[in-house]
Design a protein around this ligand. Structure first.
Ligand SMILES: Cc1cc2nc3c(=O)[nH]c(=O)nc-3n(C[C@H](O)[C@H](O)[C@H](O)COP(=O)(O)OP(=O)(O)OC[C@H]3O[C@@H](n4cnc5c(N)ncnc54)[C@H](O)[C@@H]3O)c2cc1C
Length: 475
């Protein structure tokens, strides 16, 4: 168990009675099928075994629930849209899952200060729509946006496809309200763009994966809506050329809003599993780059850039979306990779990052490493937010393969990949987080001193260790 340090002072029956008295009978779930669904995330590796699922409707209810769990030594797993990819929201040892889905109100859109205030259970897509209704733009964008929640985005410091232009979640957060383990409500909601008055504590909670507090509210930055977005997919014959394409696009002065990449295998798998998917290319290329640019007026034309890249041998083919339907189709080829992989086979996902100028050498070393391992019955599928130095490495085997055997083989390779990565001074998680799946690998990215200070910080905010025990590190 990940929370053996806690000896509950109440029986599950008494705890359930209390929870029902706070959130109402129908908002405490104990049915085994509900526990299975709500006690896990996208990873599906660990068997969910929560005590119950509790769905509060207000900060006050979250506070009352946490104060009770803290004084009775009950472990709590905060839960949002459960799209996490590192088992951060998995409750596999009798935890009380506190799910924020009912706290889904958008409280204010400020069109002068360009901010939106929302409860943590609002989905990313709902926030985007609220911004759009005011002709504004919420720049956090990820393929899971229809399900993931603002609280989950903050807890994971989610990245997404627009980070290259607007930054990740951390850059969008102006203020948050958090409930601490003992039920204390910490209001860090003063949403000023400039505020140099002492420590900016909110940053400790961004990316803390539910281990320091439960985020209940946030004020987030909005930006003017990008105008005249254009998208192109380019084919190239060598990974080496991808960082060069990025440099050329930056130097040409085009206003990049996304720079993504995927391999031929990823492309093929999406074409197989995504209904209606179409490729703009007749010939197969080993690598593809998706470039989105904003072109409202006087910026250099994307066509001119593509012509130059073609002339200079950096790309072998390219297609620019001719209309809004094709625009969506092109994005679909990139955004549906994760879901298509899940439909295709068993997947172990890595989500690494490194300096862009080291990417090429790293990928060469990675290919050599895998060739030396010669894994049986396993494909390596690469894609990612390459403009941010973020590479998603996916080890994929057929569903028919024994899952334990697959996990053992993929994990062994993963460990070697992380060793290689640490030589390149990269990170084992660019955006998905550590959760349960990468806890044992934290040392590849963080020094012992850093982990020790993380543990001290945890002890300060959550002295009993009731919040998401066993995630990121053991205490
Ligand atoms: C198809 C697909 C595409 C994806 N693409 C991306 C991508 O491009 N970029 C990216 O960064 N991620 C991506 N993800 C991963 C995932 O969507 C993000 O990590 C997302 O931010 C998780 O939000 P959630 O609400 O689903 O959180 P959950 O999965 O429910 O929880 C994630 C973590 O946050 C904690 N948590 C949740 N809510 C709260 C809260 N209110 N307070 C405190 N802690 C909380 C949980 O305990 C857990 O540790 C993708 C996932 C899928 C399935």
């Amino acid at each position: 168990m990940s929370h053996e340090h806690l000896s509950p002072k109440v029986s599950p029956q008494d705890a359930l009675k209390f929870f029902r008295s706070i959130v109402g009978e129908s908002n405490v779930l104990t049915d085994p099928s509900d526990l299975k669904v709500w006690g896990t995330d996208w990873t599906k590796v660990f068997e969910p075994k929560p005590m119950c699922i509790v769905k509060p409707a207000s900060t006050k209810e979250v506070s009352t629930l946490l104060a009770y769990c803290d004084s009775n030594n009950l472990a709590v797993t905060p839960s949002g849209g459960r799209t996490g990819l590192c088992a951060g929201a998995v409750a596999s040892a009798g935890e009380v899952v506190i799910n924020l889905s009912r706290m889904n109100k958008i409280l204010d859109v400020d069109t002068v200060g360009l901010t939106v205030t929302a409860e943590a259970g609002v989905t990313t897509e709902a926030l985007q729509e609220a911004a759009k209704a005011q002709s504004l733009f919420f720049p956090l964008d990820l393929a899971s946006k229809g399900s993931c929640q603002i609280g989950g985005n903050i807890a994971t410091n989610a990245g997404g496809v627009k980070l290259i232009r607007y930054g990740g979640t951390r850059e969008q957060v102006l203020g948050i309200e958090v409930v601490l383990a003992n039920g204390e409500v910490l209001d860090m909601n003063v949403a000023l763009r400039k505020n140099n008055s002492g420590y900016d504590l909110k940053h400790l909670f961004i990316g803390s994966e539910g281990t320091l507090g439960i985020v209940t509210k946030a004020v987030l930055r909005l930006v003017p809506k990008p105008r005249n977005l254009q998208i192109a997919i380019m084919a190239t014959d060598n990974f080496t050329k991808i960082p060069q394409i990025l440099t050329r696009a930056s130097l040409a002065g085009v206003s990049i809003t996304a720079f993504e990449f995927f391999t031929e295998v990823a492309h093929r798998i999406v074409l197989k599993h995504l209904p209606g998917a179409r490729t703009p290319f007749q010939d197969i290329a080993p690598f593809y780059v998706l470039l989105e640019v904003e072109q409202p007026g006087l910026e250099p034309e994307i066509e001119t850039l593509l012509e130059k890249l073609f002339e200079d041998g950096l790309i072998t083919d390219a297609a620019i979306a001719a209309n809004s339907v094709q625009f969506k189709e092109f994005w679909g080829l990139r955004e549906n990779i994760t879901e298509s992989l899940a439909a295709h086979g068993q997947v172990l996902k890595n989500d690494i990052s490194l300096a862009i100028d080291k990417l090429d050498d790293f990928v060469k070393a990675l290919e050599e490493l895998l060739a030396s391992k010669n894994p049986k019955n396993m494909d390596l599928v690469l894609f990612g937010h390459i403009g941010d130095g973020n590479l998603h490495i996916n080890y994929v085997s057929p569903k028919s393969r024994d899952s334990r055997e697959f996990q053992l083989e993929a994990r062994a390779i993963e460990e070697d990949v992380f060793k290689l990565l640490s030589k390149f001074k990269g990170s084992i998680s660019a955006e998905h987080g550590i959760g349960l799946t990468k806890k044992k690998d934290l040392h590849f990215t963080r020094t012992a001193a850093e982990v020790a200070w993380m543990k001290k910080t945890k002890a300060m905010f959550d002295p009993k260790g009731i919040l998401n025990p066993g995630k990121i590190f053991d205490i």
